[in-house]
Write a protein that binds this ligand. Structure first.
Ligand code: ZN
Length: 108
């Protein structure tokens, strides 16, 4: 490539709650009703997939009502439970990768 490319990712290190609060500070909350996150691609959003769960938690943490519609809107307790399950799933995947690496290293 003969040109440098600069990729700007201003929200990369922001949590969902921080992003929502920033939108509020910039008077941009009205635009969030035009955003969509659902992995199922549903409209209204499903409210059950990991993307919906993480988005909803961000709004709960920011103390701001999510302006989009959901097929199912889980309670904060349900959201926290799903987040815990997702972390457990991630932990299980990481553990399997470590075990795999350990087995491979043992044969060298
Ligand atoms: Zn969804």
């Amino acid at each position: 490539m003969d040109k440098d490319i600069i990729i700007h990712t201003p929200l990369m290190w922001y949590s969902k709650a921080e992003t929502v609060k920033l939108m509020e500070e910039l008077s941009g909350l009205k635009y969030l009703k035009f955003t969509h996150t659902c992995y199922e691609g549903k409209s209204p959003a499903c409210g059950k997939c990991p993307a919906c769960i993480i988005r909803l938690r961000g709004f709960y943490e920011a103390g701001i009502e999510d302006p989009i519609e959901y097929e199912y809107k889980p309670s904060l307790d349900e959201i926290e439970e799903k987040i815990f399950d997702m972390k457990l799933e991630q932990f299980d995947i990481e553990l399997k990768l470590i075990e795999k690496k350990y087995r491979e290293d043992s044969y060298e």
